[in-house]
Design a protein around this ligand. Structure first.
Ligand SMILES: NC(=O)c1ccc[n+]([C@@H]2O[C@H](COP(=O)([O-])OP(=O)(O)OC[C@H]3O[C@@H](n4cnc5c(N)ncnc54)[C@H](O)[C@@H]3O)[C@@H](O)[C@H]2O)c1
Length: 259
């Protein structure tokens, strides 16, 4: 039995919604007919992501790496707002050293390693587990789970850190494992692997004004990507039309890495 009645607004939960991509994803999914729940560790950022949308959208503040916060947030949303159809896990953390340099493995502290893994990998696992438990109890039509890795995980990374690369590689594996586990429920699970996208995260890696221009020149399309180009890929994966795509990775990278 499907819980979501025909014509009922489908719910989409977006983590990292206050970030450059997350905010565009909220707006895109709202335009596509989803009722959006904008989520971020920062309440201000979560609220800001939906402030320009009409009043039918929501925001919640929680830390994706905290088991209790994830479970309690999913439980409360399912009880108060209804079944979540789509989850987009865009929350992410790229940690640098205090001097602004990217940490090499030999200088990576255990604390930095654990913090990267806890947000980027454990956070996706916790959201996946909560979503699966609720969908087993209350199935939905066209269920969607969308994760975020990075071209850094695919190439070994030039600008990021080993802990970031490893955590995003874990997400690629988790995406495939989950795609198999939930296929019997008609839920698709896919990954977006952005290249260089103009957000706060990318700018935090830039050490000189010419660095972004130099990076852009190494990209076949000759420019840095935009958040709305990533949101467009998410919008497609979250749509009913993408129902036969699962366990896949969509590269949104201007040709930076071609398979
Ligand atoms: N910008 C890029 O070039 C790029 C490239 C490849 C992959 N990515 C990935 O794409 C996703 C979106 O990136 P972005 O550039 O929009 O990042 P961003 O830094 O602009 O936003 C990330 C958001 O995640 C939130 N967040 C951080 N820790 C959290 C936690 N513990 N719980 C909940 N929310 C938390 C932050 O508050 C922030 O609003 C991330 O997963 C990132 O790793 C980004």
């Amino acid at each position: 039995m499907q819980h979501t009645p025909p014509g009922h607004l489908r719910l989409a939960l977006v983590t990292g919604a206050g970030g450059g991509m997350g905010t565009q994803i909220c707006q895109r999914l709202a335009r596509d007919g989803y009722r959006v729940i904008s989520c971020d560790i920062s309440a201000d950022r979560a609220r800001a992501a939906v402030k320009d949308l009409d009043g039918s959208h929501f925001w919640r503040a929680f830390d994706v790496s905290d088991e209790d916060q994830v479970d309690q947030t999913f439980n409360a949303i399912e009880k108060d707002l209804g079944s979540i159809t789509a989850v987009v896990c865009a929350a992410g953390l790229l940690l640098f050293q205090p001097d602004g340099e990217r940490p090499l493995i030999k200088t990576t502290s255990l604390d930095l390693w654990e913090r990267s893994m806890s947000v980027n990998a454990r956070g996706v696992f916790l959201c996946a587990r909560a979503y699966i438990r609720h969908r087993e109890a209350r199935p939905v039509e066209n269920g969607r789970f969308i994760t975020f890795s990075s071209v850094a995980a695919q190439l070994g990374g030039y600008r990021s850190s080993a802990s970031y690369i490893a955590s995003k590689a874990a997400v690629l594996g988790l995406t495939k494992a989950m795609a198999r586990e939930v296929s019997h429920m008609g839920i698709t699970v896919n990954n977006i692997a952005p290249g260089l996208i103009d957000t706060e995260m990318l700018r935090s890696t830039v050490t000189s004004s010419g660095a972004l221009q130099a990076a852009a020149e190494a990209i076949p399309l000759g420019r840095i990507g935009t958040s709305d180009e990533v949101a467009a890929a998410v919008g497609f994966l979250a749509s009913p039309e993408a129902g036969y795509i699962t366990g896949s990775v969509i590269d949104v990278n201007g040709g930076y890495r071609m398979q």
